[in-house]
Design a binder for this molecule. Structure first.
Ligand code: ZN
Length: 268
């Protein structure tokens, strides 16, 4: 953990300091070696959901105000306590996930936190970005810039996240440099939890826009606007009998959910 309690204050680990866990109250050990990021360690962790922090994890957390980081949450019904990576003033929980996660635990965490977004380290498995970049050109553009549909989302993202009940954001850049401004890893890709017919919905945005909107509290409004713009109940495959029944292959058209038709692209 980044923070421990010391005389009621949250302090970071440094050599020779002492602190206790804000969740269970046990004494923590300051780990300040040269290789791993400095952190506080339990003799054995009290929060089964806690994962050893990577540099990626810590960098993401540090983009938010310190008092939002490592936020202690309590389920009043069950008495369960967990430390969320970030809780914003708008009561949005952001969990940064580097390791693989068991589907059952993922679901438990979604239920406990409710208003949650996952940010997933898409660099842990090389094949995850390979799969994504192979499918990137298959994303179907919509009338809303930055919003795409995809048929067969199992072909584009790691399958352990496909049935999530909350938005999942994939960060394929991680802490690595990219190949310039046009590298698709500069953006974040958010798999929304709702579908349009058989199509999954993906929102692409910059990490700056994501951080800004989660800090200023407009994230939920943005997501709702995305969903409203895209979801007038008509999926591309529900129009087999119309004049424009299938997706033109040459990228000259986009799908307009308002009319339920493919339209000729005028900008892009
Ligand atoms: Zn503890």
């Amino acid at each position: 953990m980044k923070y421990a309690l010391n005389n009621g204050a949250r302090i970071e680990a440094s050599k020779g300091t002492r602190g206790t866990c804000p969740c269970c109250g046990s004494e923590l050990i300051a780990r300040c070696g040269d290789i791993k990021i400095h952190h506080w360690a339990h003799k054995s962790s009290c929060d089964p959901w806690w994962e050893t922090e990577t540099e990626w994890h810590r960098l993401w957390k540090n983009r938010y105000p310190p008092k939002w980081q490592e936020f202690l949450t309590l389920d009043e019904e069950t008495g369960e306590r967990h430390i969320a990576d970030v809780k914003t003033e708008a009561d949005l929980i952001i969990e940064f996930q580097h390791s693989a996660i068991d589907p059952q635990e993922r679901l438990q965490r979604e239920r406990h936190y409710k208003n949650l977004i996952w940010v997933v380290d898409g660099t842990r498995l090389k094949r995850d970005f390979k799969r994504f970049s192979n499918q990137y050109n298959e994303l179907i553009k919509t009338n809303k810039p930055g919003i795409f549909l995809i048929d067969h989302d199992e072909g584009i993202f790691n399958k352990s996240w496909l049935t999530s009940s909350v938005p999942v954001i994939f960060d394929f850049k991680g802490i690595n440099p990219t190949d310039g401004d046009h590298d698709i890893r500069n953006s974040l890709y958010c798999l929304l939890q709702i579908k349009l017919g058989r199509y999954s919905i993906i929102a692409e945005f910059s990490r700056e826009a994501f951080i800004k909107s989660t800090i200023n509290g407009t994230w939920s409004i943005h997501i709702q606007n995305f969903i409203n713009a895209i979801s007038p109940k008509k999926a591309p495959d529900s129009h087999q009998n119309q004049t424009n029944p299938t997706k033109p292959k040459d990228g000259s058209h986009f799908f307009d959910p308002k009319s339920g038709k493919w339209k000729r692209r005028t900008r892009w």
